[in-house]
Design a protein around this ligand. Structure first.
Ligand SMILES: *Cc1c(COP(=O)(O)O)cnc(C)c1O
Length: 368
């Protein structure tokens, strides 16, 4: 791999393929794989990721919002794209781009049918989401009759899938709750299929659901974080490879005397001689202020260097007192060894938040 000369996010497509194949190995042959590429492919590069996964025969894609799906279509993605949280104001754009909406309450369901009918659609694929305990988005079990009667009254739409989302699939202390969600989804989907008289795709599992609840794979699974290399547990992480490496360089080294301070608000006070390095990556790049003041660390020539003082918009300062390094040297913010999950833990958060926060300002480099 080339040494960084500026802040870059390297994305390793070989690792992506490895993760995809590992997750697929957990499925039955006929279980479909939906790849979740929302939020710029969890902060990596959604179009490149989706293009590669389409080559590898992923069956379906999902994004959160309509504009994310439009970007995939412009990049040449032809597989079906589920939009998990579409906003009615953009329904015409959704239809124009052959994106498939998740419909989760009577309001958006009826708004969509109205627009699909006005656009003279026939059997337009929609996805009905049921709430089974997350209490975020979804129809309730007792909405089945309402939905099916509305569906019988229109030719504009057809249900491509029925799905639900697990609240705590990574937490085995919540196993009983999760099993209840699965049972509830089974019973709702059976009633629903009886009521509409055809069988849509059923799906429920996210990455941790795939790994922990094989009995809930149904016809399709939806994986996001696993594709990007994290399995939400030390055990599962062993079998996955983080695809993204955030690298930067040392812009400047300072020798700091006792009682001097470093950075804004003089948040760091030196109690002895200190060597610091300033790096061109800050909170505008996705390294939030919670990583500052000795919480987070990066790796310089294989050694840990803590972030000192407040994180600035465009820079951080790190303590390199005991590290042999010079201006221009490469610095690893996270990679497959010092992972985004490890760094996220230093700020009491999760890999998802750190990787999706890496801003569009950071140059992406694809390793093929
Ligand atoms: C984001 C999302 C997923 C992907 O979850 P991971 O834990 O990243 O695998 C699946 N389903 C829904 C509804 C989501 O919002």
């Amino acid at each position: 791999m080339p040494k960084a000369q500026e802040t870059v996010l390297e994305i390793d497509l070989k690792a992506l393929k490895y993760n995809f194949e590992h997750l697929k190995s957990k499925l039955k042959n006929n279980t479909k794989f939906l790849a979740v590429v929302k939020a710029f492919g969890y902060g990596s590069e959604a179009c490149e990721i989706a293009t590669y996964l389409q080559e590898l025969n992923a069956d379906y894609f999902a994004v959160a919002y309509i504009n994310e799906g439009v970007a995939l279509r412009r990049a040449g993605i032809t597989k079906p794209i589920l939009v998990l949280h579409p906003q009615a104001v953009n329904f015409k754009t959704l239809i124009a781009n052959c994106l498939e909406p998740s419909l989760y309450n009577a309001k958006v369901f009826n708004e969509f049918i109205t627009i699909a009918s006005a656009e003279k659609q026939n059997d337009y694929p929609i996805h009905i989401k049921f709430n089974t305990g997350l209490n975020r988005l979804g129809f309730w079990e007792n909405d089945v009759d309402y939905i099916s009667s509305k569906l019988r009254a229109t030719k504009a739409v057809k249900v491509a899938s029925v799905f639900s989302h697990l609240a705590a699939s990574e937490d085995l202390n919540e196993k009983e709750f999760t099993l209840n969600q699965i049972e509830s989804f089974k019973s709702i989907s059976e009633d629903f299929i009886k009521a509409i008289d055809y069988k849509p795709i059923l799906h429920m599992c996210n990455t941790s659901g795939i790994l922990n609840y094989p009995e809930a794979h149904f016809d399709m699974v939806r994986s996001g974080i696993g594709l990007y290399g994290f399995g939400n547990s030390a055990k599962e992480n062993q079998y996955l490879k983080p695809i993204a490496t955030l690298k930067t360089i040392i812009s400047q080294i300072h020798l700091i005397e006792k009682n001097e301070t470093v950075g804004y608000n003089r948040a760091f006070k030196s109690n002895g001689f200190l060597k610091t390095a300033t790096l061109p990556v800050g909170h505008a790049d996705g390294i939030g202020r919670q990583y500052g003041n000795g919480n987070g660390f990066v790796t310089v020539n294989g050694q840990k260097a803590y972030i000192i003082g407040n994180v600035c918009m465009d820079m951080i300062m790190i303590n390199i007192t005991d590290i042999d390094c010079k201006e221009g040297d490469e610095v690893i913010v996270f990679d497959a060894n010092h992972t985004a999950e490890n760094l996220a833990e230093t700020a009491n958060t999760i890999s998802y938040e750190l990787i999706t926060a890496i801003s569009q300002r950071v140059k992406r480099i694809l390793l093929k």
